[in-house]
Design a protein around this ligand. Structure first.
Ligand code: HEC
Length: 124
């Protein structure tokens, strides 16, 4: 009985940390790479636009920020940022929007991106 309970617990823990829901605490570490260019805690723009409330926000919507023309063209046709679009953007921004002025190579590791997106969701 005890053994079965343990197996059940182990399963619950593994499914709880599946790929789709990242670990926001780990994501906070990764987000340090973004802070040189982005604020995540207030609406101030830096080299890049504020990312406060980015998940669920329309692309290109940070007030007072001068987006590049290629990014504006992307934003005009795009829906709100969600897991899938943020994942593609953070994997390779310049592949998703050719000519973007976000000079960031991207994060190749799927789990690292999932953690980062989980963290960004806490910034609303
Ligand atoms: C070297 C500076 C720099 C770094 C580092 C950087 N970004 Fe950016 N980011 C930018 C710039 C500049 C833009 C505006 C892109 C444009 O207008 O073409 C941008 C745009 C964005 C956007 C679109 C915002 C909107 O309003 O739609 C998101 C999302 C984003 N960055 C997320 C991130 C995340 C998350 C990281 C960290 C992994 C990161 N960026 C790292 C400079 C940077």
């Amino acid at each position: 009985m005890k053994r079965l309970l343990l197996i059940g617990l182990a399963l619950a823990i593994t499914t709880g940390t599946s790929w789709a829901d990242g670990d926001a605490a780990k994501g906070e570490q990764t987000a340090k790479q973004c802070l040189a260019c982005h604020s995540v805690t207030d609406t101030a723009n830096k080299v890049g636009p504020s990312l406060l409330g980015i998940v669920g926000r329309k692309p290109g919507a940070a007030e007072g920020y001068a987006y590049s023309d290629p990014f504006k063209a992307y934003a005009a046709a795009a829906g709100a940022w969600d897991d899938a679009t943020l994942d593609a953007w953070l994997k390779d921004p310049r592949a998703m929007v050719k000519g973007t002025k976000m000079t960031f190579a991207g994060i190749k590791d799927d789990a690292v991106r999932a953690d980062l997106i989980a963290y960004l969701k806490t910034k609303n």
